[in-house]
Design a protein around this ligand. Structure first.
Ligand code: G
Ligand code: G
Ligand code: MN
Ligand code: NA
Length: 248
């Protein structure tokens, strides 16, 4: 497949971009960290985002290479951030099932000097379906090193509550569809309330994503979400712009 060869070339040429979307504390609006989001500016196809890139890499047998490249870029950038800021990194099922990914991640933390305690791995529900017990074991090793784990896209797609029982989770990241209607539809608000109550009972932090309006942010904060992320605060930013944003 030609595009997988192009992606391999782009990795070699260091031509893959990593953006950082700010995340804020709900209580006072303070910047608390950023999520790394990968992008590839393809000459003909335009901007390819994370999902597309991961799919191309998987079909070309270079998924491991892409994951390592992203992790290294993200940790290298985050190592220069103010010491109070956290990094969130998306990981796939393949990353979790790959025995060496965890070891390499820990080695990259050591190399870059970014502390494990300031790293959060965002895992999607979909990513776990293949083998939940194996995912749990892999994550427990990383959690033992101080890395936090957030269940991403919660409330969208395939949602299995067994994940909440067996995975070493620290946070739930609510899919933006969970926040869409909270300012206008009582049912949507009731669902948000229920999820936040459940998260509290499980001692999980809650992060609301896709926050686009002040009204949404205010509801999220009032209902007990701990953090939020979305265009209201900032779009995903190139590394230098994020550093400037963090310095303000
Ligand atoms: O901002 P964007 O449209 O790229 O994000 C879409 C989705 O792509 C994210 O929700 C996430 O699931 C995935 N994604 C983005 N960046 C990464 C990445 O660095 N690694 C992986 N595995 N997935 C990513
Ligand atoms: O991996 P995750 O699903 O958390 O990635 C966040 C996704 O949501 C990325 O695709 C990012 O570009 C996108 N995004 C971030 N903020 C907003 C927002 O306020 N509105 C919408 N519609 N999308 C957002
Ligand atoms: Mn994510
Ligand atoms: Na998400």
């Amino acid at each position: 497949h030609p595009i997988t060869a192009e992606l391999a070339d782009a990795l070699t040429a260091d031509a893959i971009d990593l953006l950082f979307q700010p995340q804020f504390a709900a209580a006072d609006g303070a910047l608390v960290g950023a999520e790394a989001l990968v992008r590839w500016e393809h000459p003909e196809q335009g901007t390819l985002a994370g999902d597309a890139l991961v799919a191309i890499a998987q079909s070309g047998g270079i998924a491991r290479r892409l994951s390592r490249h992203i992790a290294r870029m993200a940790l290298s950038a985050a190592a220069h951030w103010p010491k109070n800021l956290r990094l969130s990194l998306n990981v796939t099922a393949m990353d979790l099932f790959d025995r060496t990914f965890g070891e390499e991640l820990l080695a990259m933390l050591a190399d870059t000097g970014f502390p494990a305690a300031r790293l959060t791995l965002e895992i999607t529900e979909q990513a776990l379906v293949a083998d939940l017990d194996r995912s749990a074991r892999r994550l427990e090793v990383l959690a033992g090193e101080g890395i936090r784990v957030a269940l991403d896209d919660f409330g969208a797609g395939f949602c299995n509550f067994r994940y909440l029982k067996v995975l070493p989770l620290d946070a739930l990241k609510l899919d933006r569809s969970m926040l869409d209607g909270v300012t206008s539809r009582p049912r949507d608000l009731a669902v948000l309330r229920g999820i936040v109550a459940m998260a509290r009972a499980l001692d999980l932090a809650v992060i609301a994503e896709g926050i686009e309006t002040e009204a949404q942010r205010d509801v999220a904060a009032r209902e007990g979400c701990n953090m939020w992320q979305g265009y209201l605060g900032a779009a995903p930013l190139p590394s230098r712009e994020f550093a400037a944003f963090a310095a303000r």
